[in-house]
Design a protein around this ligand. Structure first.
Ligand SMILES: C[S@@+](CC[C@H](N)C(=O)[O-])C[C@H]1O[C@@H](n2cnc3c(N)ncnc32)[C@H](O)[C@@H]1O
Length: 243
């Protein structure tokens, strides 16, 4: 079944959805120039191969949790779709990918095809994590990698993930977080404004682990790792949280 753009059940987010959803997207992710969105999408699609190779073992571990347990999956800030190959090879799976950068769509669609997902099982929606245009309790799993660094409102995004997850549903994540106080944190604080400019709003110093742990999930399994290919964009956390 295709996802509905407007929640049928009342939710904390229903009010803004009654107005034009483009206004909602612009509120949380103001439109960037087309060339910037294209350049960023192209960069993510081509420049992150060595990072993806290094993070593969952690992704394989967490995404194996979804096998046979999740039929409908929402990916927040899907970007070019590097995660689809881990969880979308099963033709029974329905995937909705949301992203405010429409230039990501062609890359995400291509990744879905490469992963073996039938085109009818994949939907890309121009949307933000802060106001997810899906019904309450309508998905089995939410996926988010390297996205809570970029959203405008981390707490609101996590509340929205919980709202659309069915009871017992799982949020699977990989995120980079701010380092502990020390040399790396010092460097991150200096580079943070530049990173936000060239990395489409990506923050280097966010304590995303605490946001996830305090979001009210019934259980959070969280691991920390440092990735060589991610240089100063470290450490990373990965794991799963259960509604
Ligand atoms: C660093 S990229 C990561 C993309 C992909 N998840 C990955 O792992 O390669 C961050 C993504 O988050 C998206 N994004 C930015 N703000 C967002 C928001 N408020 N809600 C949802 N996605 C957002 C960006 O457009 C971009 O695709």
């Amino acid at each position: 079944m295709a996802p509905t753009l407007f929640p049928t059940a009342p939710s904390t987010s229903a009010a803004p959805l009654r107005s034009n959803y483009t206004d909602v997207v612009n509120k949380f992710h103001p439109t960037r120039p087309g060339w910037y969105e294209e350049l960023y999408a192209k960069f993510l699609n081509s420049a992150c191969k060595s990072y993806e190779a290094e993070v593969a073992r952690y992704k394989s571990e967490i995404f194996s949790n979804l096998k046979e347990k999740a039929q409908k999956i929402l990916e927040i800030g899907i970007g070019t779709g590097p995660n689809l190959r881990y969880y979308a090879s099963n033709s029974e799976v329905q995937v909705v990918g949301i992203d405010p950068n429409q230039k990501m769509e062609k890359y995400a669609r291509s990744s879905a095809v490469s992963a073996g997902l039938p085109p009818s099982n994949f939907e890309f929606i121009h949307a933000v994590g802060e106001v997810i245009p899906l019904d309450d309790a309508s998905v089995d799993a939410v996926v988010g990698t390297l996205v809570l660094c970029s959203v405008k409102d981390v707490s609101l995004t996590l509340q929205e993930m919980k709202r659309v997850l069915r009871p017992g549903g799982m949020y699977v994540f990989v995120e980079h977080i701010g380092a502990k106080e020390g040399t790396l944190k010092f460097i991150q604080k200096i580079l943070d404004p530049l990173q936000q400019t060239v990395g489409d709003g990506c923050h280097l110093c966010r304590d995303i682990g605490s946001y996830i742990s305090e979001a009210g999930f019934s259980r959070v399994d969280l691991n920390t790792v440092s990735l060589k290919k991610a240089a100063f964009v470290n450490p990373h956390i990965y794991g799963a949280a259960y509604k």
